[in-house]
Design a protein around this ligand. Structure first.
Ligand code: DO4
Ligand code: MG
Length: 285
């Protein structure tokens, strides 16, 4: 079951579901106006299945603008959850290298704040690279969708855009490497009703095109994430409540080579086999 935010007018956000024939069904007439109207239900997938869809407006998917599937939730991110992320980061930094090594094996994961909801960009919008950074990469990540109780109720695709030269210069610069305009993309929709073991069978892949040619591509299995999703969510929720729910990115396992940096107008496609594809172009911010 796919839950999305969309607009047809560019003025107002609506909530819809996407059926197997790629038709978007508008749920506004059923008084569903926020993601939480669905995500806070005991079983969001069953709740949606029980809705009478007769007579509701339908749109071909390519006739609407999909919005990021986040309206009131803060976005957080876990890091160094794949072996590949640990080794790449140890190579890019000099005196902070042991921090990555230690956190990979520690009980407590790395978790950092990524974005307020209104700064997240959605499908086909532009993601940003900082004008004061020289080495910028996308980070393709599975994103957990949590309700206000902290239960994982869905999954979407995230791009944790990062400036590797800023992070590599000094780990205390991490917030600047991670949080700036257009540094977080989510979408294209939320997949509901899947368990962690089902999600662990998914593949995550990325392709970056420059002037029509593939500049980088790579993939890995979601099962390579070292920690259980409930463990990551559990640490996020320690001494912290999310009355509006939260999104938690689960870390990257695909890292382009050290000679690669994004440039303006690159086109990024991140796919997760059980979800779909999040596509964005790149601009300088
Ligand atoms: O430790 C810095 C950030 C890690 C991260 O974002 C990742 O592994 O995905
Ligand atoms: Mg990341």
């Amino acid at each position: 079951m796919k839950l999305c935010r969309f607009t047809t007018t560019e003025k107002e956000a609506r909530i819809g579901i996407i059926d197997d024939s790629e038709r978007l069904i508008d749920l506004t007439e059923r008084k569903i106006r926020l993601l939480s109207d669905v995500l806070e239900q005991e079983s969001p997938a069953e709740y949606l299945r029980a809705i009478d869809l007769t007579g509701l407006p339908q749109h071909p998917l390519d006739s609407v603008t999909l919005l990021p599937p986040v309206d009131r939730q803060e976005v957080w991110a876990a890091g160094v959850t794949y072996f590949k992320s640990k080794t790449a980061r140890m190579e890019e930094s000099d005196f902070s290298a042991t921090a990555y090594d230690k956190v990979y094996d520690a009980d407590r994961p790395e978790i950092f704040f990524k974005s307020v909801p209104e700064k997240v960009v959605g499908p086909n919008a532009e993601v940003g690279i900082r004008k004061d950074a020289t080495w910028n990469v996308p980070e393709p990540e599975l994103a957990l969708v949590l309700n206000s109780q902290g239960s994982i109720v869905g999954y979407t695709i995230g791009n944790d855009m990062s400036s590797r030269d800023i992070e590599g210069e000094n780990l205390l610069y991490l917030p600047q490497a991670k949080v700036y305009d257009k540094s977080c993309a989510l979408g294209p929709w939320i997949v509901l009703g899947q368990s962690e073991s089902e999600a662990r069978e998914w593949e995550i892949s990325i392709r970056i095109e420059r002037t029509g040619k593939t500049k980088f591509s790579g993939s890995t299995s979601i099962n390579q994430i070292k920690r259980q999703f409930s463990d990551l969510a559990g640490y996020l929720l320690r001494s912290q409540t999310f009355n509006r729910g939260a999104i938690l990115l689960t870390g990257t396992g695909v890292v382009p080579g050290d000679d690669f940096t994004l440039v303006a107008d690159d086109h990024i496609q991140i796919s997760i086999s059980g979800i779909g594809t999040l596509a964005n172009s790149v601009c300088v911010v």
